[in-house]
Design a protein around this ligand. Structure first.
Ligand SMILES: [Mn+2]
Length: 466
């Protein structure tokens, strides 16, 4: 476990440190504009090959840079020794990164083409007035399909039910193409029963073409939960309603806005254009979708526009406390009892920058709760000073599942990767074997080193575990 990816990590650190030293400490003008592109270390960590790239064009000048680097190597190595706290600092060899220089030229061109394409699509969808076209398409169709993404969440659920209510009101023949069932926790939503009464798509043959289909909250067609395989070929005019920034504009009509809080916020534009913007049942579904995708109107995607729509929905009679109660109060008695045990274990390091919780098998048995502990780790982050929060969940004796949360100074995904896990910068996880005390002290030490390092740098970091 200790040696997992160690040389990668050391290489990464050397890259960062050498870049930093060149930027701040080495005054030689020859190395002024050098970029350290990557570092390879030998498995025994005795040698490090440091690749660099330079914006200068001629080979003569590359030689100049190399000489500059080589004359600074001694200084860099001794500085590394102090900054990395390694017993033995690797020998350093500098090398021009030819691959990188070529890749740079190619990737610049590709990025430029992609950017132009994306801008063109965005322009087109605005120029052709996508909202008007979508409204006309829905108004003129007879049979219409509705689908959202796999693993439906609050946004997809709200969008689907709001669409069903809208289309029923317009007297359309609606086909629910969603393969995966909508989670039962949303059964409090007005219109939830339509999910059962609407004709399931299985009642239709492949030949029953649809006039048009609403594809909701899906960045691409691959993400859609189609119940008929790739039968979207018979799905008619695809109306793509989405807020993912990486949306592929797969629709005939694309109502895509990466700055919208939710797909529901965009769908509301169609609903309002159909004069149903003040319908409280539809509104409850739109509100629920916005509420969940904005973390109860608390994430940075909460815009003036989303709050304006929310205000209109409240005016229309949407009962916000009823919805919030149903969305938030989703615990069973056993789950809450188990959470209580877990919370009572809370501990932290000296300055509360690292906070951890523990759930044991014994607690499971005592409370009879064996279900999901999703979101439990978030409670550690309720300590204001906490930079990193962790939940250690005993899966069997000597085996722990660790959920990690980070405010951003430490890259949680990288930290987890150091232990064979993975995830995102702010939420990640891994599995660890060993005695709890040992596992814990190892991780706390690693994070403390990282936090120390972060205090003197400006990006997320992860300290070496040696
Ligand atoms: Mn969404």
């Amino acid at each position: 476990m200790q040696s997992y990816n160690r040389s990668d990590r050391v290489a990464h650190q050397i890259q960062r440190e050498v870049s930093e030293l060149l930027l701040r400490k080495v005054k030689d003008p020859r190395v002024q504009f050098v970029t350290i592109t990557r570092v390879l270390t030998s498995p025994d960590l005795r040698q490090a090959r440091v690749f660099f790239s330079t914006p200068r064009m001629s080979e003569d000048m590359d030689k100049d840079v190399l000489e500059g680097l080589e004359s600074a190597a001694g200084f860099i190595r001794s500085s590394l020794g102090k900054r990395l706290s390694m017993r033995r600092v690797p020998e350093i060899e500098f090398k021009l990164d030819v691959q990188y220089e070529q890749a740079l030229k190619v990737s610049d061109t590709i990025a430029m083409i992609e950017r132009e394409k994306q801008e063109k699509r965005e322009r087109e969808s605005k120029e052709e007035n996508a909202l008007e076209r979508a409204v006309a398409a829905v108004r003129n169709c007879r049979r219409i399909g509705v689908v959202s993404h796999v693993d439906p969440d609050g946004d997809s659920t709200g969008c689907i039910i709001a669409s069903l209510l809208l289309l029923k009101a317009l007297d359309k023949e609606v086909i629910l193409l969603q393969e995966q069932a909508i989670p039962k926790m949303y059964e409090f939503l007005p219109g939830f029963s339509l999910l059962k009464t609407e004709l399931p798509s299985s009642a239709f043959s492949e030949q029953d073409d649809l006039d048009c289909t609403l594809v909701l909250d899906c960045p691409s067609l691959e993400r859609a939960s189609w119940s008929r395989g790739d039968s979207y070929k018979s799905a008619g005019t695809l109306i793509n309603i989405d807020h993912h920034k990486d949306n592929s504009y797969f629709g005939r009509i694309n109502l895509v806005d990466g700055s919208a809080s939710s797909a529901a916020e965009i769908l509301y534009g169609i609903i309002d254009a159909m004069d149903l913007g003040d319908d409280a049942s539809i509104g409850a579904n739109i509100y629920t979708a916005m509420f969940t995708d904005t973390g109860s109107f608390s994430y940075s995607n909460t815009t003036p526009e989303s709050l304006r729509i929310a205000a209109r929905l409240v005016e229309a009679g949407v009962d916000v406390s009823y919805l919030a109660r149903n969305l938030r109060s989703d615990f069973t008695m056993k789950r809450l009892a188990f959470l209580g045990r877990v919370l009572s274990t809370v501990q932290s390091n000296e300055d509360n920058s690292i906070v951890w919780l523990l759930g044991t098998e014994a607690m499971r048995r005592e409370t009879g709760f064996w279900g999901s502990t999703e979101q439990f780790a978030n409670h550690a982050m309720r300590i204001r000073e906490a930079q990193v929060g962790m939940l250690f969940l005993e899966e069997e004796s000597g085996k722990y599942k660790v959920s990690i949360r980070s405010r951003g100074l430490i890259d949680a995904g990288q930290l987890a990767a150091g232990y064979g896990g993975g995830g995102h910068a702010k939420a990640a996880g891994c599995r660890i074997n060993g005695s709890f005390d040992e596992v814990l002290s190892g991780m706390v030490r690693t994070i403390e080193l990282g936090l120390e390092e972060a205090a003197g740098s400006n990006g997320p970091v992860l300290a070496d575990r040696s």
